[in-house]
Design a protein around this ligand. Structure first.
Ligand SMILES: Cc1cc2nc3c(=O)[nH]c(=O)nc-3n(C[C@H](O)[C@H](O)[C@H](O)COP(=O)(O)OP(=O)(O)OC[C@H]3O[C@@H](n4cnc5c(N)ncnc54)[C@H](O)[C@@H]3O)c2cc1C
Length: 463
């Protein structure tokens, strides 16, 4: 938390960088010295809606805020957007079109940008989007550009600016030292609730139940037809004696969109005990053991008697492990397993979640079909802190309640709602907890979000 260094909006001049917006920020850094906050740190930008974290939730939030006319800035720690969708090097984005029907203008915008690159880039299932991640990374930029959302990469938020219990921006780490970004509303889409945590909001973690982390990998040079996914799984299972890091949990091998390569999802660190991705030492251990684990998986495949598998090449591995679970924000409502299984409806719904309760490779866990259930606006609003909304996997939910909302399409839906809410709050000059939800619901309906009960009942019948 950085309360001492925070300043009021009137006390700085958002000249240069701030006035030009994020898209031009790279050029302007070389010009006249930027305005400085009372902390002495340069002010990199000043916006209506600041979205921190560019995974499925952050993309939804940035598109939602910018489409609502807010001056929007999306910042991301990596050099590209996509979060787990990109790190997992081939994983399908589930619940992007549940029951084969479009779920919002924002989801459809991303699908359209991917589809523009043709069959090499994307394949659509009943509810899921399979993509080649390299096209996905560019398609996300295309979508952000279309709605004129600003964005900056290589920009981790490392602290929150807080004034009288209100988040007013973040401190970011750059190659030029620490800088500040000011915002009317901040949306925390970091997956780990970083901004909320830095700002002192109450967060929830279940250290004894944390789901495993997984380093996704791809395989190339696969003779097709003639090589089945099942044969690859069998080769890894057979190699477990020689290569002990290969997981004893689930192993899933699938084709990458229309490409002639396979990607592997698996139980990752499940055999290594519960590991917390926010703990620097545990995270390092998870990252390093996962790289060795991936190597051993490839070695086991290449050791196979099957001549097709002996020539398999290791294509790639994610830039980091994909993280299933860390902190969640304690919000004004906490979504539970019962809400998901009962298909609960809420008057303050801002979207819904469909698919499965997925504990992601935890030993003994099974996928359980849940009912389509509402996400109440209150689960995006921190219980006590103002100026902040959360979206994606760190919204207010119990351990299982969170697992019920993990699918990327569901995370994008909460992002969309949080982004639109941030834009409305900035426009009205109010705090997120003061927003009349009916106003947000009208906005979301205009964005083709199907909030109506009758519609949802129909989808449950078809599930
Ligand atoms: C191994 C694995 C398999 C999965 N399988 C599927 C599947 O098959 N289909 C499916 O739909 N879902 C799947 N999921 C779930 C889904 O991927 C996640 O729930 C979803 O990606 C969460 O979206 P998010 O935007 O909240 O977080 P993330 O995808 O984690 O994105 C968070 C983003 O924020 C950035 N960030 C974090 N901290 C900061 C910071 N301080 N400053 C700036 N940027 C920051 C990160 O770099 C990242 O880009 C899987 C998840 C995992 C881990």
């Amino acid at each position: 938390m950085d309360r001492s260094r925070a300043i009021s909006r009137r006390k700085f001049v958002p000249a240069g960088l701030a006035a030009a917006g994020a898209a031009g920020a790279g050029k302007l850094l070389g010009q006249a010295a930027p305005a400085r906050a009372r902390s002495g740190r340069p002010i990199l930008d000043s916006v209506d809606a600041l979205i921190v974290g560019g995974g499925p939730a952050g993309i939804g939030a940035a598109l939602g805020a910018a489409r609502s006319g807010a001056k929007t800035l999306l910042i991301e720690n990596h050099s590209f957007f996509g979060g787990v969708a990109a790190w997992s090097v081939g994983m399908q984005m589930n619940q992007m079109r549940p029951f084969g029907r479009p779920r919002s203008a924002v989801h459809e915008l991303l699908i359209a940008k991917l589809a523009a690159y043709g069959e090499q880039a994307v394949a659509l299932g009943e509810h899921e989007v399979w993509s080649n991640v390299e096209y996905l990374k560019v398609a996300i930029l295309d979508a952000l550009d279309e709605v004129r959302a600003g964005y900056l990469v290589h920009l981790p938020a490392v602290d929150a600016l807080v004034e009288r219990n209100r988040v007013t921006g973040v401190t970011v780490a750059t190659k030029r030292g620490l800088m500040e970004i000011r915002a009317k509303v901040v949306v925390d889409c970091t997956g780990d609730a970083d901004v909320a945590y830095f700002a002192g909001a109450e967060t929830m973690t279940d250290p004894d139940q944390l789901m495993p982390m997984t380093l996704g990998l791809t395989l190339n040079n696969i003779p097709r037809p003639g090589t089945e996914a099942a044969a690859i799984v069998a080769a890894m299972r057979a190699g477990k004696g020689k290569y002990p890091l290969i997981t004893s949990g689930f192993l899933e091998v699938k084709q990458v969109a229309h490409c002639n390569s396979f990607w592997i999802n698996h139980a990752g660190t499940a055999d290594m005990g519960r590991m917390d991705a926010t703990d620097p030492r545990q995270r390092t251990e998870a990252e390093c053991r996962s790289r060795r684990q991936a190597l051993q998986m490839v070695q086991a495949i290449r050791d196979s008697e099957n001549p097709n598998l002996r020539q398999v090449e290791w294509g790639s591995a994610g830039p980091q492990v994909s993280v299933r679970e860390t902190r969640r924000v304690k919000g004004c409502y906490v979504i539970t397993e019962e809400d998901a299984m009962a298909g609960r409806q809420f008057a303050d719904t801002i979207g819904w979640r469909a698919g499965y309760v997925d504990l992601g490779g935890q030993t003994g866990s099974k996928l359980v079909r849940m009912k389509v259930h509402d996400v109440p606006y209150r689960s995006l609003v921190p219980e006590k802190l103002d100026g902040l909304l959360v979206a994606g996997r760190c919204i207010s939910a119990t351990h299982v309640g969170a697992a019920a909302g993990k699918s990327m399409g569901n995370c994008m839906a909460t992002g969309h709602a949080a982004g639109a809410a941030a834009a409305l709050c900035a426009q009205l000059g109010i705090m997120p907890r003061e927003l009349k939800v009916a106003r947000l619901q009208d906005k979301l309906r205009a964005e083709h979000v199907r909030l109506d009960i009758q519609d949802r009942e129909q989808t449950n019948l078809r599930a």
